[in-house]
Design a protein around this ligand. Structure first.
Ligand code: PBG
Length: 322
């Protein structure tokens, strides 16, 4: 037999030599939930191992991240007060703004990315300004510009808008450039689906919509081609990194983007994907560590350069051992 692929699988060392993809700690962004208040360290029930912290308790988490050499965090804020439009998102004294200043001062080596959205800050839980029962794209863009600028002023290293409003990237780019933030990169939540995999996050961030769903702004899980259009628009509007979200059920999209764009591609290994592995592992039905590493690796194989994941700390520990 001429073709025997098994020849190159015979020993661990030959497998090492021919391995096409490797995970490293350099791939990871770790999401952190920061809540307004004091002494807060609340376990999120559906996300074992993940907590909400207040600014006075978050240092142990940040210490661990820097010890593990995880390059970046993605910040989500949980404010004490919500309103119709989420005005707290652009307050200089908002929880995210305080968190950025604190982290950049105490942990200058950590790269701080902020989620630019409204759903944790609006009393209706939608990702922008409501006009009747619809999210108003244009009115929301005005506020997105204010929020992004406010994060920039507080010292964010990168901003990442997750609301799926059309024209977000160009609006943000113009607002940032006007104030001199030419060098602040934008990571687009470029291809973001209306997904049930966000369930645990909405508990974590207290951001479930109080009525309806997000199907008028987030993408239909049945669609693939429109992901390319979203990416072409974000590219033309000046996005620096293109993201796909969720990750595991959308690896075809990750690979589409990798093949058709030369930006770094990120994917968001979301809360539901984390919860499923944790739950099955807790029951003893799967080997949690191995399934975690295999699924993170599958994201790389599909073409992701960057993986946003709640598993970052655990995976970094395993990578350090091996
Ligand atoms: C906010 C936002 C969501 C997630 C990240 N940013 C929730 C949503 O769109 O409903 C989900 C993250 C996760 O599930 O881990 N717009």
């Amino acid at each position: 037999m001429i073709n025997r692929t098994r020849r190159l699988r015979k020993t661990a060392n030959i497998r090492r030599l021919v391995r096409e993809n490797k995970l490293t700690v350099d791939d990871f962004i770790y999401p952190i939930f920061i809540e307004e208040g004091e002494y807060i360290e609340t376990e999120i029930k559906s996300m074992p191992g993940i907590k909400r912290f207040s600014l006075d308790t978050v240092s142990k988490e940040l210490d661990e991240l820097t010890t593990l050499n995880i390059p970046a965090v993605l910040l989500f804020g949980i404010p004490s007060e919500k309103d119709d439009t989420g005005t707290e998102t652009w307050s200089d004294d908002g929880i995210i703004q305080k968190a950025i200043r604190y982290i950049k001062k105490e942990y200058p080596s950590l790269y701080v990315i902020t989620d630019v959205c409204f759903c944790e800050y609006t009393n209706h839980g939608h990702c922008g300004v409501l006009n009747d029962l619809e999210v108003d794209n244009e009115a929301t863009l005005v506020n997105i510009a204010k929020q992004a600028l406010s994060h920039a002023k507080a010292g964010a290293d990168m901003v990442a808008p997750s609301g799926m409003m059309d024209g977000t990237i160009s609006t943000m780019r113009a607002a940032l450039d006007k104030e001199g933030y030419y060098d602040l990169p934008i990571m687009g939540y470029t291809v973001k689906y209306a997904s049930a995999f966000y369930g645990p996050f909405r508990d974590a961030a207290d951001s479930a919509p109080s009525f309806g769903d997000r199907k008028t702004y987030q993408m239909d899980p049945a669609n693939r081609a429109v992901g390319q259009r979203e990416a072409a628009f974000d590219d033309a509007e000046g996005a620096d990194i293109l993201m796909v979200k969720p990750a595991l059920s959308y690896l075809d999209i990750v690979s589409d983007l990798k093949n058709n764009f030369d930006h770094p591609i990120a994917c968001y290994n979301v809360s539901g994907e984390y919860a499923m592995i944790k739950a099955a592992a807790e029951k003893g039905w799967i080997d949690g560590e191995r399934v975690m590493m295999e699924s993170l690796l599958s994201m790389k194989r599909a073409g992701a350069d960057i993986i946003i994941t709640y598993f970052a700390k655990e995976a970094a520990k395993i990578l350090k051992r091996s």
